[in-house]
Design a protein around this ligand. Sequence first.
Ligand SMILES: *Cc1c(COP(=O)(O)O)cnc(C)c1O
Length: 246
Amino acid sequence: MQYHTPNNLSELEINLKKIQHTISLVCKRVNRDPAQVRLLPVTKTLSIEQIQQANHLGFRCFGENKVLEAKSKYEALQHLNIDWILIGHLQSNKVKYVAKFIAEFHALDSYKLAEKLNHRLLLEQRQLPVFVQVNTSNEESKFGVQPEQALALIEQCQALTQLKVVGLMTLALHSQEPNEVRRCFQVLRELRDNIQKQYPEIQRLSMGMSGDFEIAIEEGATDIRVGQAIFGARNLPDSYYWSESK
Ligand SMILES: *Cc1c(COP(=O)(O)O)cnc(C)c1O
């Protein structure tokens, strides 16, 4: 896919408008209300100026993959009252940062991490909405619990007073075959539907990115995480953000 890198505020606005237009077209096609789909701009690798521009255009929630990168941006932009959303894997030695300033966490993948996070959140007297990350593609390189483990993790988390599980998150298979991508999103939605029988408050589906958000919306996404289609192609390969090393 070709992504156009905006050179100024009005080109950024055009990219954002295009995506919002696509979101409403897809919603119309599958009879969904576009207000039920949140576009979360993903700002990893972007400069403070680029984030300020997106904020200027009305966005105040941004997704970051790494907590330390998010932290430096949070510190630089404290005056803007931005909600920083952590969408990437978290190492347990960094939970203290999340507890301090992260507004939502989309990649909870173990009880051990949940416990540590809860402990830190208690010290900060904060509550945190979280999504359980599910590996729907069976790729070893992807984080997340297996679909059949998600309910057990959610059950365990009920005892943790500072965490509130609000949904499920996944990264689809990286594939040219749309049906294989779609299958990943369907697995997540079916899992959410099952979990809702016991936990009706668990509703959200964080799924879909620049290359596959249209399919994700068709399959029920409530939160799409979009970087490159808004801000242009990144130089760093995805593996820098998605694999265990680094
Ligand atoms: C970077 C990232 C995205 C966005 O990917 P784009 O290709 O830039 O849209 C979505 N989710 C996660 C977890 C990411 O790290």
